[in-house]
Ligand binder design. Structure first.
Ligand code: FBP
Length: 553
């Protein structure tokens, strides 16, 4: 038995705060249909692909006078994709709700992500197991994985195992791709005549699985608070030593929500927002101009130090790089299994270089060799380039240093450029969940159980009013298909959940763009400190700043 840290032991005693309606007996809660939510585009194609769940209304849970009759249920749960703080509390909330609905209900945890269902690998979750993980970070209670259930064989095996285990329902906890999986499974089970309810839960630190119904994905709050603590400490170090520019890449595969939230929490000198770069069609060279310009302006004040925040997904938003990556993706998809036989580095680089069109080939050859190699590494199971492995922060440092030398030659820059690079990503995904995430995740698990009790297959748990105290949250659900569109993946058009990117017309980005000029020249950084789990609610329960800006007028 490992010895627990004092905080670990104390977190077991934490009782998550939940929406007031969850204090009712679980059998006295029912879904009330509200608006029908339709996908924003590709409606016909999505209607054909998801006939059973398309066009269904969003629901909100309300008190009911007529108690629901419940039987013991057997439910499976899958944790899918990258870890996000609070996953264990989703399971705890689901477990507690199931046992309240019927004490003989059973919860099975599929091991290692979706492949656990395909291969029939699972454990029965007892209260002893669940209690060991309450309010803790990580996904290690049952593990996670990135297998996509999409081939006929995978769907069939999942179906067979679900039948063999007599599952009444399956809960898929994941991001956009994993919830796309959930919608496909729901449809497939229906087509096969099996009454197995499949529901999703919105997870991802990236914060890009959201809309007006899903106000935040879980894990975002904890991850951004961990990164902001580290950035704040580096800000203080930079202002103390006064000798380094710190280029900090932050996780978030596509959207820049993490970078934006951390900018509000720490006020760095430069924060790149990928969505703005794409909208303004900024080239790599103009991004370097912007960074070098800020460095020169601060040097003129005698401040040869500062902080640059680089979102992990940036590279895919720079127009010329986006074209290059799309071409590489298609080349890899067309080469199929034969690409996997090429070794990383020279073999992959020269294969790709020989298949690129002329414009992309010129750009590719102008990039540092390390970046070329990283762009060629194999894709994840969803066909995405693995941006966490591309050292964009180093690419920018190298290009900025070159630009500053030229500016110095022309007398436009008088300063000393010394730098450090950092990448914060894995540090933030498995921390003890903040109180916000602990409460939110427990409530999401409870909500998922309610969706199951009411047979709402193909729905994803959606809790609204998250900027308010937990008691005022509004739990419910929406059909997963309403979040979808068609996208080009692995060389084909496929239905997938559309990633919610930073909206340039939204309140958070507008507030940021009004403040950033002042932040560029200032050295009065904001130091958020570490996540506080105990103390005044104004400190312990603060929701993300971007969420507050989005929700308050
Ligand atoms: P999910 O979309 O599965 O939540 O994962 C998000 C993420 O943390 C990204 O921010 C990052 O690019 C990626 O996972 C890294 O994946 P891996 O854990 O496979 O290295």
């Amino acid at each position: 038995m490992i010895e627990l840290s004092p905080l670990h032991a104390a977190r077991y005693a934490y009782v998550p705060k939940v929406p007031e309606i969850f204090l009712e007996s679980i059998v006295n809660i029912e879904p009330r249909a509200t608006a029908v939510v339709e996908p924003k585009k590709d409606r016909e194609a999505l209607k054909n692909a998801f006939p059973a769940s398309y066009g269904k209304p969003a629901v909100q849970f309300v008190a009911s006078q007529k108690p629901l009759k419940t039987n013991p249920l057997t439910v499976g749960v899958i944790l899918s994709g990258g870890p996000a703080a609070g996953g264990h509390n989703v399971i705890a909330g689901l477990f507690d709700a199931l046992k309240k609905a019927h004490p003989h209900s059973t919860l099975l945890g599929f091991k290692g992500g979706p492949s656990g269902l395909i291969d029939g690998k699972y454990i029965e979750l007892s209260s002893e197991i669940v209690d060991r993980y309450r309010n803790t970070g990580g996904f290690d209670m049952i593990g996670s994985g990135r297998t996509k259930i999409e081939t006929q064989e995978q769907l069939e095996k999942s179906f067979e195992n679900a039948k063999k285990l007599a599952l009444d329902a399956l809960v898929v906890v994941g991001g956009d791709d994993s919830n796309t999986n959930a919608a496909m499974l729901s449809e497939y089970f229906r087509q096969r005549g099996a009454a197995i309810t499949v529901v999703g839960v919105p997870k991802t630190i990236d914060g890009d699985l959201k809309n007006e119904w899903i106000e935040s994905s879980f894990g975002f709050d904890t991850a951004t608070k961990v990164y902001a603590e580290l950035i704040g400490n580096i800000c203080r170090d930079a202002a103390s030593g006064r000798k380094y520019w710190h280029f900090i890449k932050l996780m978030g595969r596509s959207a820049s929500h993490i970078a934006l939230e951390c900018a509000f929490l720490t006020r760095p000198n430069v924060t790149l927002i990928s969505e703005e770069i794409e909208a303004k069609q900024m080239s790599l060279s103009s991004i370097v101009d912007l960074i070098a310009g800020t460095i020169a302006a601060r040097a003129a004040k005698g401040e040869n130090f500062g902080i640059v925040i680089v979102p992990e997904g940036l590279i895919e938003f720079i127009p010329e790089m986006k074209l290059l990556i799309a071409e590489i993706n298609d080349i890899i998809a067309a080469a199929g299994a034969s690409y996997e036989t090429l070794s990383r580095g020279e073999a992959q680089r020269s294969f790709i270089a020989s298949h690129l069109g002329p414009t992309s080939a010129t750009l590719f050859s102008s990039l540092p060799e390390a970046i070329q190699a990283q762009l060629c590494w194999d894709r994840d199971p969803h066909g995405n380039v693995q941006v966490s492995r591309i050292e964009t922060e180093k690419l920018l440092v190298e290009m900025t240093a070159r630009r500053l030398r030229k500016m110095a030659d022309k007398g436009e820059y008088k300063g000393k450029f010394d730098y450090q690079t950092h990448f914060f990503g894995y540090e933030g995904r498995c921390a003890f969940p903040s109180n916000f995430d602990a409460d939110y995740c427990y409530s999401l698990g409870y909500d998922a159980c309610l969706l199951i009790l009411h047979g709402l297959s193909g729905y994803i748990a959606a809790i609204r009013n998250l900027a308010a105290p937990a008691k005022d949250w509004l739990p419910g659900g929406i059909p997963i298909v309403s979040l979808m569109n068609l996208e080009h993946r692995h060389g084909k058009d496929k239905p997938v959940i559309k990633k919610a990117l930073v909206e340039l017309e939204g309140k958070p980005f507008k507030a940021f763009s009004e403040a950033r000029e002042a932040w560029a020249l200032s050295s009065d950084y904001r130091i958020p400190g570490s996540i506080q789990y105990f103390g005044p609610p104004a400190i312990t329960d603060m929701p993300p700043i971007t969420l507050q800006l989005e929700r308050h007028s």
